[in-house]
Design a protein around this ligand. Structure first.
Ligand code: OGA
Ligand code: NI
Length: 340
């Protein structure tokens, strides 16, 4: 087993966690299923390697992300996120843990969703529509790189979802259905943490404690540590452990919709970002089901003795609720779009 644990397993730091490492090109699928299942029952976090996205390409995506965040604020504000959650989210826009934060998150972001033309008959749906893109004059070739990454990240998410399905005793293609990841709400989010020092004791965080809203999240980070997880969200006090960045690998975690579907068999895991003053870049890909998907307890996860713990809700309704709870109201930006 030790050979398949990577990251900071041998770190001298007591508060670094060791996570299972899943090679998604391993032909021994049963081995991957058992490592994943153990990881999901233990922490809800694991590393994924051998995913088929080259380090060169990842470097390129990070380089382009940096180029965007390097633009002057007024240029970024021209691409301020719209009501479909596409575009730029300024520092402090999101507050993931209002109870414990005195300010919003000290991070800025850029949301990219599934590209849908303006004349699509379903254009009224939330999280649905065209993306906002920086102009070709300013960032040539930027859109193509991001769209390519989006495609690759969705492929990797589907491969991971196959292993999750098997770990839940479902058919391997369970999450490939159109109402699941076949036609998903899938969101790529570039993130940039400024050099602000976090101070949990006084409610200052790069990103407040939260669990992700959807099915699974695939996170790529630079080599600056900062991500922390709490394996037992019901423990008091909560114990936080760092997750070490893994070059060439992704950090993957389970979201709240998987917790709801699996009736708490697989829990979503609290995490946050605590920084020591170094700037940090990360890229999250949120793989979430289709708008219409009814997120309800899977038949294999309930019994007479173990009734469903959560009421059914559609994916779109659930996502709207969670986004509204965590992001500033867009009206708070009125008149600010051209601020220098
Ligand atoms: C998130 C998140 C962690 C990171 O965006 O949901 O948890 O390392 N990000 O940026
Ligand atoms: Ni998160």
């Amino acid at each position: 087993m030790a050979a398949t644990v990577c990251g900071a397993a041998t770190s001298a730091e007591a508060n670094m966690t060791a996570l299972n490492c899943i090679s998604i090109s391993d032909p021994d699928i049963q081995k991957s299923v058992s490592l994943l299942k153990q990881a999901c029952l233990d922490s809800g976090f694991f590393y994924v390697i051998n995913h088929g996205i080259s380090e060169e390409f990842m470097n390129e995506v990070f380089f382009r992300s940096r180029k965007f965040f390097d633009l002057p604020l007024h240029k970024k504000m021209e691409l301020l996120r719209n009501e479909k959650h596409r575009g730029y989210t300024p520092t402090l826009d999101e507050t993931l843990d209002p109870e414990n934060q005195v300010h919003g998150d000290f991070k800025e972001g850029y949301y990219i969703g599934v590209e849908v033309p303006e004349d699509d008959p379903d254009i009224e749906k939330p999280f649905y529509g065209p993306n906002q893109w920086p102009s070709e004059d300013i960032l040539p070739g930027w859109r193509q790189i991001m769209e390519q990454y989006q495609k690759e990240a969705l492929r990797v998410s589907r491969e991971i979802a196959k292993i999750i399905a098997l770990a839940l005793d479902l058919d391997a293609d369970f999450f490939d259905k159109p109402q699941m990841l076949g036609v998903p709400i899938a969101t790529l989010r570039l993130l940039h943490y400024e050099g602000k020092v976090s101070n949990p004791a006084s409610g200052i965080y790069g990103c407040g404690a939260h669990s992700d809203f959807g099915l699974i999240t695939i996170l790529a980070t630079d080599d600056v540590a900062g991500l922390q997880i709490c394996k037992d969200k019901d423990a008091k006090p909560r114990i936080w452990e760092y997750v070490a960045p893994l070059k060439g690998g992704f950090i993957v975690n389970l979201g709240d919709m998987l917790e709801r579907l699996s009736n708490d068999v697989f829990r979503s895991t609290l995490h946050r970002v605590v920084l020591d003053g170094q700037e940090r870049y990360s890229i999250a890909f949120f793989a979430d089901p289709n708008h219409e998907c009814l997120v309800e307890c899977l038949p294999s996860c309930t019994s007479e003795m173990n009734p469903p713990k959560y009421p059914p809700i559609t994916c779109a309704a659930y996502m709207c609720q969670r986004y509204n709870d965590t992001h500033l109201d867009l009206s708070s930006y009125v008149g600010q779009e051209t601020r220098k």
